[in-house]
Write a protein that binds this ligand. Structure first.
Ligand code: PEP
Ligand code: MN
Length: 671
């Protein structure tokens, strides 16, 4: 046996031990469920889970494992236990086989969602495909199925109205939800050049989600089919190499087709949310993070919807969804579908619902169920961030002494006194929070951006930066990898659960960049490119606006005003140094601008010490100084090997230097 074989066989035996350990853990979790059941104690303890994870991260670190890996693996494991517990509450696994109805045939996305949801008890579950969504709901209502799975919304195509309409009339309850990442594959009989395909079949929704990809297949017709798995089956049955289907990898495997391309969906974040329906609602332990769904109608009088919603607001109930559908046969009257964070078992929620009942003409509570999407940030970040408090804001009238009328309006404190807080993924930029955005100046390769992302996450950074379109002083310098780089950046962000920030240089690119980027950056050189500002103002993404290198604060705020005036209220300012007669640093970091801007405007303000310094040795002192003057965060350049960087290498922090910076920012007292 050569060395390689030996190592492989060692890996195989490690994998087997992992499987054995997982099986053993699941058995123990089941025993816990039964023991807790006997004692009548709550099933899940969020506090214990967080502590468990924090301990595991610390232990993992001591063995050289990064926090992200440990968090991801154990989130899956803990989720599996939570599912077991929840299914146990539904009396699952105690007795006979449960029947689950879904729309489609084996291999359909609804079935995959069902397999994910019922994973701990697959051997107790019988999945049956139905032809239509209505049949699924009817099967549950009539007791022909114990559970039904219906897709309710998709991140690309939006709400699935048919399901809302069915829920408004059916006597069923929602007992769970499952969010499935939908990754479409192009599947065919044999490997072959895409140019030779004549027809592609799939569900109309899946075709719509892959529209851009399909438009690049010149000789190929896209044809709607009843469901994705049926389309896959059809291609197999036709046995024609000119045909292809869009469906899941699993469907391809099941029906024996080859994968020609993966991830052909237009939106990199393509998720579908499914609801798990049952005949009766189920009680959910109050410690489990929970959602409640309801359907209501308000009277036709002015302000009645507002009164109903204010009521929920009074009870501090956070709405996660509000949808309206016309009431059949009643022109211009609507039913409202509401999801909120909360559990009907909570007396406060019950009280709010009671009041809501008298403020509405009809109210139907569809059920409370555990939320599937939990915060994926590692607890370490929260622990780190929680020690930090910002000083109280001074009222705007005490500002800079400047009394004359300012030329901007929407950006001013006079228009809006409270701080604007911008939420991106799990990060909150503005108000009392402090965020760190880090990453390379430019995305250079898949490996480079993935290394950076992993490190940013590991050190507790909240967003990932990376330039793909680089505004270089010389036209002969590296100009960035363009959209290819942007796709790598998006992939790295998704892998490490970090929202991404990237610069957009031209008006023509704004829409396309916004499809991938969570935050659009407008660079210093473009701060007064008014058409670009207006275009970014029409995009539905926060804009990180950098101060022009020769701009006054007033010009800076007027640039922000262009974006705000175009309808986009999510503007983040960034001080990155201005040009002065001093040449020892690349720019002169104007730290005095931070407290002044904070008084003049409600918008969040970040500091970029990297472009201000231009030299690695100055980034740390400038970052620490910046932190002291009270911005809402930092944006910092890092690189795995700065000597080889294709742009701004001299100012990029090495990974260990970034780790040290993070430690000094978030744990200032530990030396
Ligand atoms: C950048 O952040 O990559 C950049 C080019 O910065 P600035 O526009 O501040 O020069
Ligand atoms: Mn740079």
């Amino acid at each position: 046996m050569d060395e390689l074989d030996k190592i492989r066989s060692e890996i195989n035996s490690v994998d087997e031990s992992i499987l054995e350990a997982l099986a053993q853990r699941r058995k123990l979790a089941e025993r816990i469920v039964r023991a807790k059941d006997l004692l009548g104690t709550p099933l899940r303890d969020a506090m214990r889970e967080e502590q468990l994870l924090a301990d595991l991260i610390a232990k993992g670190r001591s063995q050289g494992l990064d926090a992200h890996l440990v968090t991801r693996v154990f989130h899956e494991i803990i989720d599996d236990s939570v599912r077991s517990q929840q299914l146990h509450l539904l009396d699952y696994g105690k007795s006979d086989l449960k029947r689950v109805s879904f729309q489609g045939i084996e291999g359909a996305y609804s079935e995959l969602a069902g397999r994910k949801y019922f994973a701990p008890y697959l051997d107790h579950t019988l999945f049956t495909g139905a032809a239509t969504l209505e049949q699924v709901v009817n099967a549950v209502e009539d007791g022909d199925a114990d559970y039904g799975l219906v897709p309710v919304e998709n991140t690309t195509a939006g709400s699935i109205n048919e399901v809302y309409d069915l829920l408004s009339v059916a006597q069923v309850a929602i007992v769970g939800e499952e969010v499935l990442r939908v990754e479409h594959c192009l599947l065919a009989m044999e490997e072959m050049p895409l140019g030779q395909l004549r027809q592609v079949y799939s569900h109309p929704q899946a075709l719509a989600e892959c529209m851009r990809f399909l438009s690049k297949l010149p000789n190929c017709q896209a044809l709607p089919y009843a469901d994705t798995a049926m389309a896959v089956k059809k291609v197999k049955e036709e046995n024609d190499t000119g045909l292809a289907a869009i469906g899941s990898e699993e469907a391809g495997r099941l029906y024996g087709l080859k994968i020609l391309r993966r991830n052909i969906e237009d939106q990199p974040n393509n998720y579908t949310r499914f609801l798990v329906l049952a005949k009766k609602p189920s009680a959910v332990d109050r410690r489990i993070p929970c959602k409640t769904s309801l359907i209501m109608a308000t009277s036709h009088e002015e302000g009645s919807l507002l009164r109903a919603l204010s009521l929920l607001h009074e009870y501090k109930i956070n709405l996660s969804k509000l949808e309206s559908r016309p009431i059949p046969g009643m022109p211009f009257q609507y039913l409202f579908y509401i999801d909120f964070e909360g559990n009907t078992a909570d007396p406060k929620v019950a009280e709010a619902l009671e009041k809501l009942r008298s403020a509405t003409t009809s109210l139907k509570v569809l059920g409370s169920y555990p939320t599937e999407h939990r915060a994926k940030t590692s607890p370490r970040i929260e622990i780190l961030a929680s020690g930090f408090a910002q000083p109280e804001e001074k009222p705007p009238e005490e500002a800079s002494g400047r009394k004359e009328k300012v030329s901007y309006k929407l950006a001013s404190r006079e228009r809006k006194t409270d701080d604007t807080v911008i939420t991106v993924g799990g990060a909150r930029i503005g108000g009392h929070g402090f965020v760190v955005i880090a990453g390379p100046c430019a995305v250079e390769s898949h490996e480079q951006i993935f290394q950076c992302a992993r490190y940013v996450k590991e050190c507790g950074g909240q967003l990932l930066r990376g330039g793909c379109f680089k505004p270089r002083t010389s036209p002969y310098s590296f100009q960035g990898l363009g959209f290819e780089g942007l796709r790598m950046l998006a992939e790295a962000g998704r892998e490490y659960d970090l929202p991404i920030v990237t610069e957009v240089l031209s008006t023509a690119d704004v829409d396309e960049v916004a499809r991938y980027a969570d935050v659009l950056q407008i660079g210093a050189r473009n701060m007064q490119n008014f058409s670009l500002l207006a275009e970014a103002g029409r995009a539905n993404r926060p804009v990180l606006l950098k101060r022009g290198m020769m701009s006054t604060m007033e010009e800076f705020l007027n640039a922000a005003e262009y974006i705000l005036d175009s309808g986009n209220h999510q503007v983040i300012l960034c001080e990155r140094g201005i040009r002065t007669f001093e040449t020892a640093t690349r720019n002169t970091l104007d730290l005095g601008s931070i407290p002044i801007l904070k008084r003049l405007t409600h918008l969040p303000i970040l500091v970029d010490p990297s472009h201000a310094a231009g030299r690695r040795d100055l980034v740390m002192p400038l970052a620490l100084a910046a932190h002291a003057v009270g911005p809402h965060g930092l944006i910092v350049e890092i690189h795995p090997d700065p000597e080889k960087a294709l742009s701004d290498g001299p100012q990029a922090l090495r990974f260990f230097e970034f780790a040290e910076l993070m430690r000094r920012i978030y744990q200032p007292l530990s030396g």
